[in-house]
Design a protein around this ligand. Sequence first.
Ligand code: NZQ
Ligand code: ZN
Length: 382
Amino acid sequence: MNFSYLNPTKIFFGQGQIASITDAIALSKKILVVYGGGSVKKNGVYQQVENALSEHTWVAFSGVEANPTKETMDKAVALIKEQNIDFILAVGGGSVIDGAKYAAAAAHYDGDGWDILTGDYKPEIATPIGVILTIPATGSESNGNSVITKQETQQKLAFASESVQPQFAVMDPDVMKTLPEKQLINGIVDAWVHVCEQYIAKPEGALVQDGYSEALLRALKTLGESYAERDNDLWRANLMWTANQALNGLLSLGVMQDWATHMIGHELTALWHVDHARSLAIIQPSLLRNQIEYKREKLEQMGKNVFNLVAGSDLAERTIDAIESFYHDLGVATQLTEHSGDKNAAVEAVLTKLESHGLTALTENQSVTLSEARQILNSAIA
Ligand code: NZQ
Ligand code: ZN
């Protein structure tokens, strides 16, 4: 497949790099510093931002929740307009960064910002964004994607636009020292599934994308297996860089992509507030088993090159088992238990959401229809 490729986000990687923002943002800019529930105040990251911006003009917007809502971010949109903000510094994880992207685009639109998520408005201009990443997981720090929830209707939708691609991203692995275990593990799982979504599809003989995907999967497998050594500079640096590379636009070039696990997973988060990464681990093994005949060749390749499994007619099945064991070894469940009430009602609730979002022909083959989704959910929901 043909492609054009540009990733303009400048990365400042390594310990002490937060200080780089002093020169990375022009003194003439009026900055909005956006952050979440306050972890950055406790772990010294905010203090480093204050030090670095001591000569700049800036105001702060806090309270972006995990799985950021349109309702909260519309308050940031109002602030951007009111204060004539011309640069946004997002200090946080995927949620803060995605929230900042929504606000950056919605601030240049007179209608309801939700139109960006429904596709009724396609942003071409946005307030420029810089990022200080505090949790490696989503890759949002150097891509143009954003996932936003509308609380009112329990909808979680995504948009992608070059206009919200961050200008720079600071990635200092030291910020990970205060991450709760759960979030650290979420980062490994999310990055893993990002690679899978771009790799376990139709074989296309793209040697570079396949080889790089396998290198990233082996890196994540090694980090999972050496999880006991996580309080270590090299371990942290490796996870931060791997998660970034997993979704910076490179792996998907010229190849078909799946993303069905993400689309169904988003509905679990919208309905029951399941952490993003956990929603993926719940859906993916059941989805791969359901779609195995479309994905057999790539699963066999993954079994051989990532898990070192021996050849055999059931290699694809054993690869899915190995993926599931990888999650279980990290203490991550592969069945949903967060739903209240009975299983059938939960399955129907997800199907209704998928249908209302037009997600009725998912994967690279459009082969996950609502009837396949029902089978997947019947196995993924306890
Ligand atoms: O809000 P604070 O207090 O900062 O706490 C956060 C939050 O509770 C905490 N945290 C972050 N850095 C920390 C820290 N706690 C202690 N020390 C630190 N250094 O971690 C919690 C989770 O943060 P969040 O930003 O929600 O995590 P993540 O990076 O996993 O982002 C998840 C969101 O990104 C979306 C997901 O759907 C979800 O909404 N995604 C975005 C993508 C993209 N833009 O490309 C792709 C992904 O597939 C994903 O869909
Ligand atoms: Zn993800």
